[in-house]
Design a protein around this ligand. Structure first.
Ligand SMILES: Cc1cc2nc3c(=O)[nH]c(=O)nc-3n(C[C@H](O)[C@H](O)[C@H](O)COP(=O)(O)O)c2cc1C
Length: 278
Protein backbone atom coordinates (compact mmCIF):
# COMPACT_ATOMS: atom_id res chain seq x y z
CA UNK A 1 0.00 0.00 0.00
CA UNK A 2 1.80 3.09 -1.21
CA UNK A 3 -0.89 5.65 -0.37
CA UNK A 4 -0.05 8.12 2.34
CA UNK A 5 -2.35 8.72 5.27
CA UNK A 6 -3.13 12.27 4.15
CA UNK A 7 -4.03 11.17 0.61
CA UNK A 8 -6.31 8.46 1.97
CA UNK A 9 -7.98 10.92 4.35
CA UNK A 10 -8.49 13.34 1.49
CA UNK A 11 -10.07 10.64 -0.65
CA UNK A 12 -12.34 9.60 2.23
CA UNK A 13 -13.41 12.95 3.65
CA UNK A 14 -12.66 15.39 0.83
CA UNK A 15 -10.36 17.51 2.95
CA UNK A 16 -6.68 17.85 3.68
CA UNK A 17 -5.62 17.00 7.20
CA UNK A 18 -2.19 17.99 8.43
CA UNK A 19 -0.57 14.61 9.09
CA UNK A 20 2.77 14.55 10.95
CA UNK A 21 5.42 13.11 8.63
CA UNK A 22 6.15 10.14 10.89
CA UNK A 23 2.54 8.96 10.55
CA UNK A 24 2.22 9.38 6.79
CA UNK A 25 3.24 5.81 6.00
CA UNK A 26 2.43 4.11 9.26
CA UNK A 27 1.04 0.73 8.16
CA UNK A 28 -1.55 0.55 10.94
CA UNK A 29 -2.96 3.99 10.21
CA UNK A 30 -2.83 3.75 6.43
CA UNK A 31 -4.43 0.31 6.72
CA UNK A 32 -7.30 1.74 8.75
CA UNK A 33 -7.74 4.72 6.46
CA UNK A 34 -7.63 2.53 3.34
CA UNK A 35 -10.53 0.38 4.54
CA UNK A 36 -12.90 -1.00 1.91
CA UNK A 37 -15.56 -3.68 2.18
CA UNK A 38 -15.10 -6.62 -0.20
CA UNK A 39 -17.85 -8.82 -1.58
CA UNK A 40 -16.10 -10.80 -4.29
CA UNK A 41 -13.26 -13.20 -3.64
CA UNK A 42 -10.88 -15.49 -5.48
CA UNK A 43 -11.35 -19.22 -5.00
CA UNK A 44 -8.17 -19.36 -2.90
CA UNK A 45 -9.09 -20.83 0.46
CA UNK A 46 -8.16 -19.06 3.67
CA UNK A 47 -5.83 -21.41 5.58
CA UNK A 48 -7.34 -22.43 8.92
CA UNK A 49 -4.21 -21.21 10.74
CA UNK A 50 -4.62 -17.75 9.17
CA UNK A 51 -8.27 -17.58 10.18
CA UNK A 52 -7.45 -18.71 13.73
CA UNK A 53 -4.73 -16.05 14.02
CA UNK A 54 -7.04 -13.32 12.71
CA UNK A 55 -9.74 -14.31 15.16
CA UNK A 56 -7.24 -14.33 18.02
CA UNK A 57 -6.19 -10.79 17.02
CA UNK A 58 -9.85 -9.73 16.80
CA UNK A 59 -10.80 -11.16 20.20
CA UNK A 60 -7.93 -9.17 21.71
CA UNK A 61 -10.26 -6.15 21.47
CA UNK A 62 -11.11 -4.32 24.68
CA UNK A 63 -14.17 -5.71 26.48
CA UNK A 64 -16.46 -3.82 28.82
CA UNK A 65 -15.42 -4.51 32.45
CA UNK A 66 -13.34 -7.40 31.09
CA UNK A 67 -16.59 -9.37 30.96
CA UNK A 68 -15.70 -10.68 27.45
CA UNK A 69 -19.22 -10.85 26.09
CA UNK A 70 -18.75 -11.85 22.46
CA UNK A 71 -18.22 -14.98 20.42
CA UNK A 72 -18.19 -16.07 16.81
CA UNK A 73 -19.58 -19.04 14.94
CA UNK A 74 -17.47 -20.09 11.97
CA UNK A 75 -19.88 -21.57 9.45
CA UNK A 76 -17.36 -24.01 8.01
CA UNK A 77 -19.90 -26.50 6.71
CA UNK A 78 -20.51 -25.56 3.08
CA UNK A 79 -24.13 -26.71 3.11
CA UNK A 80 -24.87 -24.58 6.21
CA UNK A 81 -23.28 -21.61 4.46
CA UNK A 82 -25.48 -22.24 1.43
CA UNK A 83 -28.56 -22.50 3.63
CA UNK A 84 -27.80 -19.16 5.27
CA UNK A 85 -27.02 -17.62 1.88
CA UNK A 86 -30.33 -18.93 0.53
CA UNK A 87 -32.15 -16.80 3.11
CA UNK A 88 -30.58 -13.72 1.50
CA UNK A 89 -31.07 -14.00 -2.27
CA UNK A 90 -30.27 -10.30 -2.76
CA UNK A 91 -26.63 -11.05 -1.78
CA UNK A 92 -25.72 -14.18 -3.80
CA UNK A 93 -21.99 -13.65 -3.16
CA UNK A 94 -22.46 -14.86 0.43
CA UNK A 95 -22.75 -18.47 -0.81
CA UNK A 96 -19.38 -18.47 -2.54
CA UNK A 97 -17.32 -16.60 0.04
CA UNK A 98 -14.33 -18.63 1.29
CA UNK A 99 -15.20 -17.78 4.91
CA UNK A 100 -18.52 -17.09 6.59
CA UNK A 101 -18.57 -16.04 10.24
CA UNK A 102 -21.39 -14.93 12.48
CA UNK A 103 -20.30 -12.64 15.31
CA UNK A 104 -22.55 -12.77 18.33
CA UNK A 105 -23.12 -10.90 21.55
CA UNK A 106 -22.76 -13.38 24.41
CA UNK A 107 -24.26 -12.47 27.77
CA UNK A 108 -24.77 -16.15 28.58
CA UNK A 109 -21.25 -16.79 29.84
CA UNK A 110 -21.32 -14.20 32.62
CA UNK A 111 -24.74 -15.45 33.74
CA UNK A 112 -23.34 -18.99 33.92
CA UNK A 113 -20.37 -17.67 35.88
CA UNK A 114 -22.81 -16.20 38.40
CA UNK A 115 -24.48 -19.59 38.67
CA UNK A 116 -21.10 -21.26 39.04
CA UNK A 117 -20.08 -18.88 41.80
CA UNK A 118 -23.50 -18.80 43.45
CA UNK A 119 -24.06 -15.06 43.05
CA UNK A 120 -27.10 -13.30 41.60
CA UNK A 121 -26.91 -11.67 38.19
CA UNK A 122 -28.33 -8.28 39.13
CA UNK A 123 -28.05 -6.63 35.69
CA UNK A 124 -31.03 -8.06 33.88
CA UNK A 125 -31.73 -4.91 31.84
CA UNK A 126 -30.98 -3.24 28.53
CA UNK A 127 -27.37 -2.38 29.40
CA UNK A 128 -26.41 -6.07 29.41
CA UNK A 129 -27.62 -6.47 25.86
CA UNK A 130 -26.00 -3.21 24.81
CA UNK A 131 -22.60 -4.04 26.33
CA UNK A 132 -22.49 -7.39 24.57
CA UNK A 133 -23.42 -5.72 21.26
CA UNK A 134 -20.74 -3.03 21.64
CA UNK A 135 -18.05 -5.57 22.60
CA UNK A 136 -18.96 -7.60 19.53
CA UNK A 137 -18.77 -4.52 17.29
CA UNK A 138 -15.25 -3.89 18.53
CA UNK A 139 -14.27 -7.49 17.85
CA UNK A 140 -15.68 -7.22 14.34
CA UNK A 141 -13.74 -4.02 13.68
CA UNK A 142 -10.58 -5.76 14.84
CA UNK A 143 -11.30 -8.73 12.61
CA UNK A 144 -11.81 -6.52 9.57
CA UNK A 145 -8.57 -4.68 10.24
CA UNK A 146 -6.63 -7.88 10.97
CA UNK A 147 -7.97 -9.50 7.82
CA UNK A 148 -7.02 -6.52 5.70
CA UNK A 149 -3.52 -6.50 7.21
CA UNK A 150 -3.18 -10.15 6.15
CA UNK A 151 -4.24 -9.37 2.58
CA UNK A 152 -7.84 -10.53 2.95
CA UNK A 153 -11.01 -8.58 2.40
CA UNK A 154 -14.25 -8.73 4.39
CA UNK A 155 -17.79 -7.52 4.44
CA UNK A 156 -19.97 -7.46 7.56
CA UNK A 157 -23.54 -8.72 7.08
CA UNK A 158 -26.19 -7.16 9.27
CA UNK A 159 -28.60 -8.78 6.85
CA UNK A 160 -28.32 -12.03 8.84
CA UNK A 161 -30.46 -10.25 11.45
CA UNK A 162 -33.29 -10.13 8.88
CA UNK A 163 -33.52 -13.84 9.64
CA UNK A 164 -32.32 -13.76 13.24
CA UNK A 165 -34.53 -16.56 14.54
CA UNK A 166 -33.74 -18.87 11.63
CA UNK A 167 -29.99 -18.17 11.74
CA UNK A 168 -30.01 -18.55 15.50
CA UNK A 169 -31.69 -21.94 15.18
CA UNK A 170 -29.25 -23.09 12.48
CA UNK A 171 -26.26 -22.06 14.60
CA UNK A 172 -27.69 -23.41 17.85
CA UNK A 173 -27.49 -20.04 19.62
CA UNK A 174 -28.80 -20.43 23.18
CA UNK A 175 -30.57 -17.86 25.36
CA UNK A 176 -28.64 -14.63 25.91
CA UNK A 177 -26.62 -15.12 22.71
CA UNK A 178 -27.64 -13.14 19.64
CA UNK A 179 -26.18 -12.50 16.18
CA UNK A 180 -24.76 -9.00 15.76
CA UNK A 181 -23.62 -9.51 12.17
CA UNK A 182 -22.26 -12.06 9.78
CA UNK A 183 -18.93 -11.56 8.02
CA UNK A 184 -17.68 -12.89 4.72
CA UNK A 185 -13.94 -12.97 4.15
CA UNK A 186 -11.48 -14.14 1.54
CA UNK A 187 -8.79 -12.93 -0.83
CA UNK A 188 -10.30 -10.04 -2.83
CA UNK A 189 -11.02 -10.78 -6.47
CA UNK A 190 -10.80 -7.13 -7.43
CA UNK A 191 -9.73 -3.74 -6.23
CA UNK A 192 -12.44 -1.68 -4.56
CA UNK A 193 -12.58 2.07 -4.45
CA UNK A 194 -12.64 3.95 -1.20
CA UNK A 195 -16.17 4.84 -0.16
CA UNK A 196 -16.17 8.52 0.75
CA UNK A 197 -17.61 9.62 4.06
CA UNK A 198 -19.35 12.78 5.20
CA UNK A 199 -17.03 15.66 6.06
CA UNK A 200 -15.03 14.99 9.22
CA UNK A 201 -16.87 17.82 11.02
CA UNK A 202 -20.07 15.79 10.82
CA UNK A 203 -18.42 13.16 13.03
CA UNK A 204 -16.05 15.17 15.19
CA UNK A 205 -17.43 17.82 17.54
CA UNK A 206 -15.36 20.16 19.64
CA UNK A 207 -16.58 20.27 23.26
CA UNK A 208 -20.22 20.42 22.28
CA UNK A 209 -22.40 18.62 19.74
CA UNK A 210 -22.84 20.94 16.78
CA UNK A 211 -24.66 20.03 13.58
CA UNK A 212 -25.27 23.58 12.41
CA UNK A 213 -23.38 22.69 9.22
CA UNK A 214 -25.78 19.80 8.52
CA UNK A 215 -27.31 21.02 5.24
CA UNK A 216 -23.93 22.13 3.92
CA UNK A 217 -22.35 18.79 4.85
CA UNK A 218 -25.05 16.81 3.11
CA UNK A 219 -25.05 18.93 -0.05
CA UNK A 220 -21.27 18.90 -0.40
CA UNK A 221 -21.07 15.18 0.36
CA UNK A 222 -23.82 14.30 -2.10
CA UNK A 223 -21.99 16.26 -4.80
CA UNK A 224 -18.53 14.84 -4.02
CA UNK A 225 -19.77 11.30 -3.69
CA UNK A 226 -21.69 11.59 -6.95
CA UNK A 227 -18.43 12.39 -8.74
CA UNK A 228 -16.54 9.55 -7.04
CA UNK A 229 -19.22 6.84 -6.86
CA UNK A 230 -22.33 7.84 -8.80
CA UNK A 231 -25.45 5.81 -8.10
CA UNK A 232 -27.01 4.14 -11.11
CA UNK A 233 -29.84 6.52 -12.18
CA UNK A 234 -31.87 3.50 -13.34
CA UNK A 235 -31.78 2.00 -9.84
CA UNK A 236 -33.53 4.70 -7.84
CA UNK A 237 -35.44 3.14 -4.96
CA UNK A 238 -39.17 2.88 -5.42
CA UNK A 239 -39.84 5.67 -7.97
CA UNK A 240 -43.56 4.79 -7.84
CA UNK A 241 -43.62 5.95 -4.21
CA UNK A 242 -40.99 8.70 -4.18
CA UNK A 243 -40.91 9.89 -7.80
CA UNK A 244 -37.90 9.98 -10.09
CA UNK A 245 -35.24 12.32 -8.74
CA UNK A 246 -33.35 14.43 -11.24
CA UNK A 247 -30.29 14.25 -9.00
CA UNK A 248 -30.18 10.98 -7.09
CA UNK A 249 -27.45 11.30 -4.51
CA UNK A 250 -26.48 9.47 -1.32
CA UNK A 251 -28.88 11.34 0.98
CA UNK A 252 -31.86 10.73 -1.31
CA UNK A 253 -30.95 7.05 -1.54
CA UNK A 254 -30.46 6.65 2.23
CA UNK A 255 -33.65 8.57 3.04
CA UNK A 256 -35.59 6.23 0.71
CA UNK A 257 -33.84 3.19 2.21
CA UNK A 258 -34.91 3.96 5.76
CA UNK A 259 -38.42 4.93 4.66
CA UNK A 260 -39.00 1.18 4.46
CA UNK A 261 -39.18 -0.68 7.76
CA UNK A 262 -36.57 -3.40 8.18
CA UNK A 263 -36.05 -5.84 11.08
CA UNK A 264 -38.93 -4.44 13.08
CA UNK A 265 -39.05 -7.86 14.74
CA UNK A 266 -35.47 -7.83 16.00
CA UNK A 267 -36.43 -6.54 19.45
CA UNK A 268 -38.92 -9.36 19.74
CA UNK A 269 -36.21 -11.84 18.73
CA UNK A 270 -33.83 -10.43 21.37
CA UNK A 271 -36.58 -10.72 23.98
CA UNK A 272 -37.11 -14.31 22.87
CA UNK A 273 -33.48 -14.84 23.86
CA UNK A 274 -34.66 -13.73 27.31
CA UNK A 275 -33.02 -10.30 27.34
CA UNK A 276 -34.97 -7.62 29.16
CA UNK A 277 -34.65 -4.48 27.07
CA UNK A 278 -35.76 -1.93 29.62
C1 LIG B 1 -22.53 -3.53 11.08
C2 LIG B 1 -22.44 -3.54 9.56
C3 LIG B 1 -23.31 -4.29 8.85
C4 LIG B 1 -23.23 -4.34 7.44
N1 LIG B 1 -24.10 -5.16 6.76
C5 LIG B 1 -23.97 -5.28 5.42
C6 LIG B 1 -24.80 -6.18 4.71
O1 LIG B 1 -25.68 -6.84 5.26
N2 LIG B 1 -24.62 -6.29 3.36
C7 LIG B 1 -23.65 -5.57 2.69
O2 LIG B 1 -23.52 -5.72 1.49
N3 LIG B 1 -22.84 -4.70 3.36
C8 LIG B 1 -22.97 -4.55 4.70
N4 LIG B 1 -22.15 -3.71 5.39
C9 LIG B 1 -21.08 -2.98 4.66
C10 LIG B 1 -21.48 -1.53 4.43
O3 LIG B 1 -22.43 -1.48 3.41
C11 LIG B 1 -20.20 -0.74 4.07
O4 LIG B 1 -19.37 -0.71 5.20
C12 LIG B 1 -20.56 0.68 3.64
O5 LIG B 1 -21.25 0.66 2.40
C13 LIG B 1 -19.31 1.53 3.47
O6 LIG B 1 -18.43 0.95 2.54
P1 LIG B 1 -16.93 0.58 2.96
O7 LIG B 1 -16.99 -0.41 4.07
O8 LIG B 1 -16.30 -0.01 1.72
O9 LIG B 1 -16.27 1.85 3.39
C14 LIG B 1 -22.24 -3.61 6.76
C15 LIG B 1 -21.36 -2.82 7.52
C16 LIG B 1 -21.46 -2.78 8.89
C17 LIG B 1 -20.48 -1.93 9.68
Amino acid sequence: MSDTLSSLIEARFGERVEVPGALERDPELTGLAAHRSHRSFTSEPVPPAVLRALLAAAFSAPAKSDLQQSCVVHVSDRSDQERIAALIPSMPWIAGAPVLLVFCGDNRRIRRICELRGTPFANDHFDSFFNAAVDTGLVMAGFIRAAQAAGLGCCPLSVVRNHAAEVSRMLGLPDYVFPVAGMVAGYPAKERRITPRLPLDAFVHDNCYDDSGFERWIASYDARRHVMLPLNPDRQRDPARFGRAEFYGWSEDKARQVAVSERGDFGEFVRSKRFRLD
